[in-house]
Write a protein that binds this ligand. Structure first.
Ligand code: TMP
Length: 205
């Protein structure tokens, strides 16, 4: 038996954490075996790679290093956590996955889509999420929310224009892969956002 693979995406400050907690609780209440994980990270090695990627002191990191580290962490995550969990029939909820690479390293940093696609095939083969929730809202509002949290990491230090490109790349992917993506308007109150998510989960179940 094979489980389902759910990913959650969005720019900074769109409310991923609360909505992920909602998805996890909703599925658990329905008796599903759930595994919650995140990228970059999700394994001991991957979390070490995450620390390198997010450390604001690493100003010298070039875009290709950033891209390759994302996929290095992902390869480990797939091998150690995601594929075994899916094979065991678990529902895997992953806080960001390869769409984030297309959005941040592709849209944000300007790396060609074809390069990312090469690594995607190398690391994932044909594995893709069953459903991807894209939490979407205007960039300025999200950054305002995110700025109220801890000190900015290496990505959060980027300018508004970077996150505008990230958002545009996410929306372009949602359009291209409309069968897999659910674009959720993340601006309204949490209950309204969660009602949209619940509807899509019910369809998946
Ligand atoms: P988080 O803040 O959602 O935990 O994610 C950490 C940062 O990593 C976030 O700013 C987005 C970035 N990121 C990429 O740039 N590319 C990727 O492939 C992933 C998974 C995350």
């Amino acid at each position: 038996m094979s489980g389902k693979f759910i990913t959650i995406e969005g720019s900074e400050g769109v409310g991923k954490s609360s909505n992920i907690a909602f998805i996890e609780n909703y599925l658990r209440k329905l008796g599903k075996q759930v595994l919650l994980t995140r990228e970059p990270g999700g394994t001991e090695l991957g979390e070490s790679i995450r620390a390198l990627l997010l450390d604001a002191k690493n100003t010298a990191m070039c875009s290709d290093t950033e891209l390759l580290l994302m996929f290095a962490a992902r390869a480990q995550h797939l091998d150690e956590v995601i594929r075994p969990a899916l094979a065991a029939g678990k529902w895997v909820i992953c806080d960001r996955f390869t769409d984030a690479t297309y959005a941040y390293q592709g849209g944000g940093r300007g790396i060609a889509e074809a390069r990312i696609a090469t690594l995607e095939t190398w690391v994932q083969n044909t594995l893709q999420p069953d459903v991807t929730f894209l939490l979407d809202m205007p960039v300025a509002a999200g950054l305002e929310r995110a700025s109220k949290r801890s000190a900015p990491d290496r990505f959060e230090q980027e300018k508004l224009a970077f996150f505008e490109r990230v958002r545009a790349a996410y929306l372009a992917r949602a359009k291209k892969y409309s069968g897999r993506f659910r674009v959720i308007n993340a601006e309204p109150a949490l209950e309204t956002v969660q009602a949209q998510i619940r509807k899509s989960l019910d369809e998946l179940i």
